[in-house]
Design a protein around this ligand. Structure first.
Ligand code: HEC
Ligand code: HEC
Ligand code: HEC
Ligand code: HEC
Ligand code: HEC
Ligand code: HEC
Length: 315
């Protein structure tokens, strides 16, 4: 009726349907919601944008995008359509009809119904028997559910719904059911490129490990491995980041504590957002107190006096 009377055009209806029934394949741990330009997007009758990190990580290491194309901060990049489709920047570096599809099918990127906060997805979840629920409805379930149940959103997110394409990818999963990207590399399941132009330039490597002695007797120490990180990320992403380095290039120079990590500093710049979540304590706290350390391990200064250096080496 509306269609006939000309109030609603077909393209508008298509957009409206997409906004009301978002492509459910577009919400996975690590995905980023981009909607700071909500007003012009509503005017153009498109939904909010979901950027799927997992889908791109299969093909590309982090430094293809960070930080030459996008700086490592949600909202830190003024992403807009003119730069994407006319100047071939940002998403348009690849979504140009050569490397990936052109930015013509709006809803492939603008796939989310409005009403979400920008940044990494926190609440996407679908429990059993909730096949048709929208993201928003699922979030409500979680918020209601979380009052009664102790586990975090990350655990719920992981034990819930995942895109069909991900289930079919055969990627190894961690104990929560999230993709285990460290295992995916070790098992040779993915071999993402790091140089978009395949110019043959050399990649810097480093295999030292840094031992963070925790200021608590009740949690294991943290052995930070350079190797898996420099597989995915170039040195400058941590040591020469836009806005100031995440870590100084000197063991013990950067003060690090758990509260700050939880608030998104240091390790928390990536973990809990794109790399494995903070809830996975033992994956970082992987070195029981007193375990002998190898020659390639650099022990950070600043551990408490009641935990002498010799103890960790001798035992
Ligand atoms: C195809 C491009 C691309 C690749 C590859 C990529 N990212 Fe991103 N990343 C983005 C975009 C786009 C954003 C959002 C930027 C914005 O909001 O302005 C982002 C944002 C981020 C953020 C900021 C999150 C926040 O809340 O501040 C982190 C951390 C991040 N990426 C980590 C990674 C890591 C780690 C890898 C590799 C495992 C990676 N990215 C690979 C495009 C990419
Ligand atoms: C490759 C992914 C992609 C495709 C395809 C795409 N967009 Fe966008 N679009 C974005 C991103 C990312 C933003 C930035 C969103 C933000 O940060 O709020 C954006 C922003 C916008 C904005 C906000 C104002 C501006 O100019 O940036 C409008 C309007 C918009 N898109 C319309 C469209 C329309 C219409 C289409 C289809 C012809 C389309 N987009 C296709 C990724 C895409
Ligand atoms: C480094 C290259 C590169 C950049 C930069 C890039 N993409 Fe992509 N993207 C790809 C490739 C390659 C594919 C797969 C294309 C195919 O399947 O034909 C893809 C696929 C996608 C998909 C489809 C995922 C699915 O489940 O089918 C979405 C959505 C997407 N990109 C959004 C974006 C947005 C939004 C941006 C910018 C914020 C962006 N991409 C930036 C290379 C890139
Ligand atoms: C994921 C983040 C990350 C990346 C990527 C990274 N580093 Fe580091 N690096 C660290 C951390 C954390 C420390 C310890 C800082 C502290 O103790 O204050 C460190 C310490 C160092 C140190 C002093 C200790 C040592 O190993 O001798 C050097 C030198 C260093 N990094 C070089 C590099 C180089 C070269 C690369 C690239 C090949 C690189 N880093 C990539 C996080 C990173
Ligand atoms: C710039 C982003 C970034 C920062 C900062 C960062 N990591 Fe990571 N980390 C990653 C990525 C990406 C991986 C690969 C696995 C994944 O994506 O879940 C990883 C993997 C790891 C692994 C290997 C896990 C395994 O199963 O082998 C450990 C351990 C780890 N990180 C600890 C840390 C600690 C401790 C810090 C802070 C001192 C830190 N990371 C800082 C991005 C980061
Ligand atoms: C991404 C890596 C990572 C994960 C995951 C992680 N931690 Fe930590 N944690 C660290 C680092 C690094 C330190 C700093 C050690 C130092 O230098 O004092 C630390 C320190 C601590 C400390 C010592 C006190 C303090 O505030 O520094 C406690 C307690 C702690 N973590 C508990 C936890 C618990 C509980 C979890 C799981 C919910 C967890 N951590 C998950 C990296 C991690």
């Amino acid at each position: 009726m509306f269609l006939r009377s000309g109030y609603i055009t077909l393209p508008f209806l298509v957009h409206l349907l997409c906004i009301l029934f978002p492509l459910s394949a577009l919400a996975e741990y690590g995905d980023i919601i981009l909607n700071r330009k909500a007003e012009p997007m509503r005017k153009a009758q498109v939904g909010d944008v979901v950027f799927p990190h997992w889908f791109h990580r299969i093909r590309y290491r982090c430094d293809v995008c960070h930080e030459e194309v996008f700086i490592l901060r949600s909202g830190g990049n003024d992403i807009n359509m003119a730069r994407i489709s006319e100047q071939g920047e940002q998403c348009g570096v690849c979504h140009n009809g050569l490397i990936a599809w052109e930015p013509l099918e709006c809803d492939r990127c603008h796939s989310l119904e409005p009403g979400w906060s920008a940044g990494p997805i926190q609440y996407a979840h679908r429990g059993e028997g909730q096949a048709e629920k929208t993201l928003k409805e699922r979030a409500l379930d979680i918020r209601i559910g979380s009052k009664a149940k102790p586990y975090s959103n990350i655990i719920k997110l992981a034990s819930g719904w995942h895109p069909a394409a991900l289930s079919e990818s055969g990627l190894p999963l961690d104990r929560y059911g999230l993709v285990d990207w460290a295992a995916a590399i070790k098992e040779g399941k993915v071999n993402p490129i790091w140089d978009l132009n395949r110019s043959g330039k050399k990649r810097e490597t480093r295999d030292t490990k840094i031992l963070f002695v925790t200021k608590s007797e009740f949690v294991a120490d943290v052995l930070f491995p350079h190797d898996i990180h420099v597989y995915w990320l170039q040195c400058r992403i941590c040591h020469d980041t836009v806005g100031g380095p995440i870590f100084e290039k000197e063991a013990g120079k950067t003060p690090v504590d758990m509260l700050g990590i939880r608030q998104g500093k240091w390790c928390g710049r990536c973990h809990d957002k794109v790399a494995f979540p903070i809830s996975d304590c033992n994956r970082c706290h992987n070195q029981p107190k007193g375990t002998p350390i190898g020659k390639d391990v650099i022990r950070r200064e600043g551990g408490p006096a009641y935990y002498p250096v010799e103890k960790s080496v001798e035992k």
